[in-house]
Design a protein around this ligand. Structure first.
Ligand code: NAP
Length: 262
């Protein structure tokens, strides 16, 4: 299927690795020009080269910076001639016990996983409305739908974003102008972050990383972790010309782990 977005420009935040990278790769495969960001330059440059090799017909621009800062956002935006597609992403907050979290830790989580996406949307949505095309996808977390106790910082910050988006996406001034805003909720995907989570869980339980990883894998109805490219394909579809009537939704990709009917 031709997704109908060849030649568009996308800003894909936090995209040197993992889910952000897979979203950028899927968009590049559709002929979309991308600006990708990350804090570390080495992995970002390597990813930019890989994406460029995969489709020499598009432009791939790498911008080093922390997307949760005003300077990082300004650098990313100034590198992108126009943003037709915005993929909001950033690192997730650490797990823990809420009794130990300080106000500063809450502010960091809110900055990264709620206020940064809102700030970028605020800066980009009016030109999307004027052009009559815009696709915004926020990478959140399956725990927005089925909270995980130790991920309280993430549950809280991302649920705040989810509530905000639910009201924003349905505004006629936005939805009637072919500008869609959706959230993509990952369950366990095989990325560096998942590997480090497994390492942490192994250290805590006294079991080996292999044992903990295998148990986690088997606990999913699909008996496996998600592949980042599966996530990227879903993201690209949400950004496609065909998905203009699909907005304000929370798309859960978890291999069937969530046990509810809806
Ligand atoms: P990952 O493999 O660790 O990749 C994270 C990427 O984001 C890296 O490119 C990293 O590069 C970049 N990044 C992190 N913080 C950034 C910042 N402040 N500014 C710019 N770039 C930043 O992680 P992932 O698994 O793809 O996870 C992506 C998001 O999905 C996270 O919020 C995570 O909590 C969420 N999630 C993941 C899973 C999963 O199973 N993988 C499940 C649920 C939710 P630098 O470190 O160089 O900046």
């Amino acid at each position: 299927m031709d997704l109908g977005i060849e030649g568009k420009w996308a800003l894909v935040c936090a995209a040197s690795k993992g889910l952000g990278k897979s979203c950028a790769a899927a968009l590049v495969a559709e002929g979309v020009n991308v600006v990708i960001t990350a804090r570390g330059s080495q992995a970002l440059e390597a990813t930019a080269e890989e994406l460029q090799r995969s489709n020499p017909a598009v432009q791939v621009i790498a911008v080093v910076g922390d997307i949760t800062t005003a300077a990082g956002r300004a650098a990313a935006l100034s590198a992108c001639p126009q943003v037709d597609i915005l993929i909001n992403n950033a690192g997730g907050p650490p797990p823990g016990d809420f009794r130990t979290w300080s106000r500063d830790q809450w502010i960091d989580a809110l900055d990264a996983n709620m206020l940064t996406p809102i700030e970028l949307i605020k800066m980009l949505i009016d030109p999307m409305i004027e052009r009559g095309f815009g696709r915004i996808v926020n990478i959140t977390l399956g725990a927005v739908k089925a909270p995980i106790d130790i991920l309280g910082l993430s549950n809280g910050a991302r649920s705040g974003l989810t509530g905000f988006i639910a009201g924003l996406a349905r505004q006629p001034a936005i939805a009637s102008r072919n500008v869609t805003i959706n959230n993509l909720l990952p369950g366990p995907f095989d990325t560096d972050r998942l590997k480090s989570t497994m390492k942490g869980a192994a250290a805590k339980s006294g079991q080996t990383v292999e044992v903990v990883t295998e148990a986690r894998r088997k606990s999913n109805p699909s008996l496996r972790f998600g592949r980042p490219e599966e996530f990227g394909s879903m993201c690209a579809y949400l950004c496609s010309a065909h998905a203009g009537f699909y907005t304000g939704q929370n798309v859960l990709m978890d291999g069937g782990a969530f046990p509810g009917t809806f």
